[in-house]
Design a protein around this ligand. Structure first.
Ligand SMILES: *Cc1c(COP(=O)(O)O)cnc(C)c1O
Length: 350
């Protein structure tokens, strides 16, 4: 494998910092599945306070939080409404069908965000032969929507429609703290309309893995039983939870730097002939751009960048995604833009 000098493939690519590793080494631990790990309990208390929720559970991954939330809220055959780009629909191996037996009904939102009216229009009149709508899933920020932030007002309107129709509200909060930092809306305000939500520790927060799922005591009790059934209950998980505590204390405010860097990178990309991007659409740490006018596919651009030690994600076609995070500096982003410019110029000459 080529040596990757500048890693923009994902914010999951961060390595634990020296301070985080020290916190992990020093962690006081116990048995997580008995509720006796002090570091896990500390992390859960911090998350409960941050989001203003009654109860919380530590999970191995965000995907498990999404899947378990489906099982908490839905019976087999029930329907979940999400944006058409949602992770829960597109990137979890069809798990909704496998575990909860849910159907996910995609809503045609704008950059990952749909309106209360669109939700209303997609809620079926339940008859014997229709699936029963049960849950609304919102991604904060929307990943494939472009790192876009769900405005608080839209969430509240969508939440009101969900409530009128007896639907549970669930937040896939893989990057919810990016939204908090970028918008100055508090985590509590963002969380309030949701029955369940979760926070990923392994994205912008920079932990090796882990997620925290939050909700009412009843929903978290139910989530705990699914976690146990699926083999997600752990033992001395405090070694990992301590990384989460460290991240909540040290890595939240600094995400503003990732957002500024993403904007900077987008502006540099906009100057490259053949690269199409609207820098004003970059709201957080995700930078999507189109390379079709370079005459190359995204996969080809990906491979050529890699030869220069730069990795940027390619999707099918001509769309690419670069992600800023705590292991990438502004200087490296300037260099990555230079490399991409060289690749584009070479392609135009060929
Ligand atoms: C990464 C991600 C997930 C899954 O989280 P894991 O911790 O990788 O399982 C879910 N939703 C969104 C929007 C994500 O970006």
């Amino acid at each position: 494998m080529t040596d990757i000098r500048i890693e923009l493939h994902s914010d999951t690519q961060t390595r634990p910092t020296a301070g985080m590793r020290q916190a992990m080494a020093d962690a006081v631990v116990g048995d997580e599945q008995k509720g006796e790990d002090p570091s896990v309990n500390r992390l859960l208390d911090m998350a409960k306070e941050l989001f203003g929720k009654e109860d919380a559970v530590f999970m191995p991954s965000g995907t498990m939080c999404n899947q378990i939330s489906l099982m908490v809220h839905c019976k087999p055959g029930d329907e979940v409404l999400s944006d058409k780009t949602a992770h829960i629909l597109n990137l979890e191996g069809g798990g909704a069908a496998v575990f909860a037996g849910s159907l996910v009904r995609p809503i045609d939102g704008d950059r990952g965000i749909f309106s209360a009216q669109q939700l209303q229009d997609n809620i079926r009149v339940v008859r014997r032969h229709t699936p029963k709508p049960r849950m609304v899933a919102i991604e904060q920020t929307s990943n494939l929507g472009g790192g876009t932030i769900w405005p608080l007002e839209t969430i509240r309107e969508v939440g009101a429609v969900a409530k009128e129709n007896g639907l549970a509200m669930h937040m896939d909060g893989a990057r919810v703290l990016n939204a908090v930092v970028a918008s100055n809306v508090s985590a509590q305000d963002f969380a309030e309309p949701f029955d369940t939500l979760w926070l990923d520790l392994s994205k912008g927060l920079g932990c090796p893995f882990g997620a925290v799922m939050l909700g009412s005591k009843d929903d978290i009790d139910a989530a705990w039983q699914w976690k146990q059934r699926m083999g997600g209950a752990m033992r001395q998980a405090g070694v990992i939870a301590a990384a989460g505590v460290y991240a909540l204390e040290n890595h939240v405010d600094r995400m503003a730097e990732d957002h500024a860097n993403a904007k900077f990178f987008a502006e540099r990309l906009a100057e490259i002939p053949g690269v199409e991007i609207d820098p004003s659409g970059v709201e957080t740490n995700l930078v999507f751009f189109d390379v079709s006018k370079t005459g190359l596919t995204a996969a080809q651009v990906h491979d050529r960048l890699l030869e220069h030690g730069v990795r940027i994600g390619a999707s099918a076609g001509a769309s690419m995604r670069a992600v800023t995070h705590l292991d990438v500096s502004k200087e490296q982003l300037a260099e990555a833009a230079e490399v991409l410019s060289t690749v584009a110029v070479e392609a135009a000459a060929a």
